[in-house]
Ligand binder design. Structure first.
Ligand SMILES: NC(=O)c1ccc[n+]([C@@H]2O[C@H](COP(=O)([O-])OP(=O)(O)OC[C@H]3O[C@@H](n4cnc5c(N)ncnc54)[C@H](O)[C@@H]3O)[C@@H](O)[C@H]2O)c1
Length: 317
């Protein structure tokens, strides 16, 4: 086989998604997991998901679902997964000791040019690979869940990441159809979770102060802000909502600064407010209906992807 090899360490929710994305771009994917049953489950699910994407017309790349599936193989030998790979994506649980142990093990086998990327949701790259020989080849590539429908990948280098690693990883992400955003330096929570948590913090405070209920906050996002955020961000929104960003500031700066000065402050993520949010959510979506609701969500994510693809194709004509 002459194609470039990608190693995937961990075959849970995120590892199996990465394997599909790389397989669609015709890479030779080798996936390892400490648990053989997880690997078998991952392969069965990848096959089902690829067939479903093919049925919906949402497969990426030019290969059929079966051809993409045949690009993925599994191994129960850690070293086999890493050896010969030009890029390794670590997808083990969010535990710093576990991740450090996995990186140390990969360090011993990876080539000097290989890139070792972690899927971590929040751990700083400088803490994940401080002591390995190849720490200059390490980067965080944090996907969004579900990666197939939410293509953002945050790329976070550490202070000692080689200068070629960021552009190479960015190019790789673009090649497989993901949307990379590069952070110039590391910060807790990266960008996506910082923004997500700032929305949650404000919603939390508004609920706590009796201004709105959980359903109200969720509707403000799903029927209001989220409609635009599905295809454009807050700054472009502002730019379009006036005659450009400068005019937006001329018109609204005083009002915005006034509201910003009253934004809710940090609170404990627990106690009576959590109880209120939990109770309201479980009345609306009982825990026994979560799976059905996830399917409801995924149908909409698939339809949104189809819509964006159709309009992008029309715009390109
Ligand atoms: N789930 C999400 O929404 C999401 C989104 C973005 C990033 N992430 C990050 O991705 C990473 C993986 O998350 P996940 O949701 O796929 O977790 P998961 O629990 O679904 O899967 C983890 C897998 O790692 C395997 N594993 C455990 N120890 C191992 C080892 N030593 N070597 C090899 N495999 C091992 C487990 O058997 C399991 O299959 C985490 O760092 C998480 O924070 C998760």
């Amino acid at each position: 086989m002459n194609r470039e090899k990608i190693g995937i360490i961990g075959s849970g929710l995120i590892g199996r998604s990465w394997s599909m994305l790389f397989a669609a771009a015709d890479f030779d994917v080798e996936m390892y997991d400490i648990d053989e049953k997880q690997l078998q489950g991952a392969m069965a699910e990848v096959r089902t998901q690829l067939a479903e994407l093919e049925r919906l017309g949402l497969l990426r790349g030019k290969l059929s679902a079966e051809q993409q599936f045949s690009n993925i193989r599994t191994t129960s030998e850690f070293e086999d997964c890493v050896r010969g790979a030009f890029y390794v994506q670590e997808c083990v649980p969010e535990n710093i000791e576990l991740k450090n142990a996995v990186h140390t093990r990969a360090d011993a086998v990876m080539s000097d040019t290989c890139i070792l990327a972690s899927s971590t949701s929040a751990l700083l790259p400088s803490r994940l690979a401080a002591d390995i020989k190849h720490k200059n080849r390490f980067i965080v590539a944090h996907p969004t869940n579900p990666p197939f429908y939410a293509p953002l990948v945050e790329l976070v280098p550490s202070p000692w990441t080689d200068s070629d690693v960021v552009p190479s990883t960015k190019a790789l992400m673009e090649k497989i159809g993901q949307v990379p955003v590069v952070l110039k330096k590391e910060i807790e929570g990266f960008v996506l979770n910082r923004i997500q948590y700032s929305i949650m913090r404000e919603g939390w405070g508004l609920i706590k102060d009796g201004i709105v209920d959980v359903d109200g906050i969720d509707k403000v996002m799903s029927a209001g802000l989220g409609r635009r955020y599905a295809f454009m961000g807050p700054f472009e929104t502002a730019h379009l909502n006036a005659d450009g960003m400068k005019n937006y500031a001329d018109r609204y700066a005083t009002m915005i600064e006034g509201v910003m000065s009253t934004l809710k402050s940090n609170d404990r993520f627990g106690g009576p407010v959590l109880e209120q949010i939990r109770t309201e959510l479980e009345a609306r979506i009982p825990l026994c209906d979560l799976q059905e609701r996830r399917q409801w969500r995924d149908r909409r994510l698939a339809a949104l992807t189809q819509l964006n693809q159709r309009i992008d194709a029309e715009d390109a004509k």
